[in-house]
Design a protein around this ligand. Structure first.
Ligand code: ACM
Length: 269
């Protein structure tokens, strides 16, 4: 058995010190094995240019990486957190996966959404799974809009993920139709840590862009059913206990197996 914790809160745009402090406060005293935080949870979301994102982004030794490494060792947990990552002259919408052993891995968002295309480079990490060093559990990460591309979750399932962790900054509710399908069609748990609140920025033409993030962070069973869901606004911490081993037999009846029955020779693209 393994405990997983989803954190929903409202990061303040351009104020990483404040956001890290909020995260530390929310998780104080929480005992768990995996901590999942939203997309871009250290900086906020609404960048408008690559220069702006680059200036806010951090390299491998940045304050956020160091903070999440300490959080992982302090809680003896795997921490998955969205952050703006700088590497050379590139800037990525990334998720840090910090292990309690001190090791870190980085997933770079594959399918950029809306203005992210003007602000970030396309992710080049590809999909991979990370074994929890203290529990029998394999975790794959996809970020927010990656949910719309079933190939992302399927790749993680083929790599052996038991849990797909999805740091998110979702601005509509259509994902509530698609995300549970990713769980059902792959027989994996899907955890969505979404942020809440709004961000308003002024665009070049003087108009205002206001984004409202839809909260409702949720943990889906491998059957696609929501096990627990947060409210649409406000801070919420959800901790629940799961058995990762239950995802490993991909049969859904004695004849059918979700992965073995695939017919890749007939698929296009
Ligand atoms: C999104 O990918 N942040 C919707």
């Amino acid at each position: 058995m393994l405990k997983i914790t989803l954190v929903q809160f409202t990061p303040e745009f351009g104020n990483p010190a404040h956001n890290l402090q909020q995260i530390a406060g929310l998780l104080h005293g929480v005992e768990t094995d995996i901590i999942l935080l939203p997309e871009l949870c250290t900086t906020g979301y609404s960048f408008l240019t690559k220069e702006e994102a680059f200036d806010a982004a951090e390299g491998p030794d940045g304050q956020s990486t160091n903070f999440f490494k300490q959080l992982a060792s302090g809680h003896n947990a795997m921490v998955i957190a969205g952050f703006a990552e700088k590497n050379g002259d590139k800037v990525y919408n990334s998720a840090l996966i910090a292990l309690p052993t001190g090791e870190v891995k980085v997933y770079r968002k594959t399918h950029l959404f809306f203005r992210e295309k003007q602000c970030f480079n396309e992710g080049d990490s590809g999909f991979f799974v990370v074994e929890h060093p203290l529990k029998d559990c394999k975790v794959g990460v996809m970020i927010c809009n990656d949910w719309r591309y079933p190939e992302a979750a399927r790749s993680l399932a083929l790599l052996g993920a038991d849990v797909i962790a999805c740091p998110s900054n979702l601005v509509s509710d259509v994902w509530r139709i698609g995300m549970p399908a990713r769980a059902l069609e792959n027989k994996v748990y899907v955890a969505v840590a979404n942020r809440c609140g709004t961000e308003t920025r002024q665009l070049d033409d003087g108009s205002l862009q206001t984004l409202t993030f839809t909260g409702g962070s949720v943990f889906y069973n491998y059957t696609g059913e929501p096990i627990e869901q947060a409210g649409k606004s406000g801070q919420h911490i959800i901790t629940l206990e799961i058995d990762p081993l239950l995802t490993r037999d991909k049969h859904f009846n004695v004849f059918n197996n979700l992965l073995e029955d695939r017919r890749p020779g007939f698929y296009v693209g």
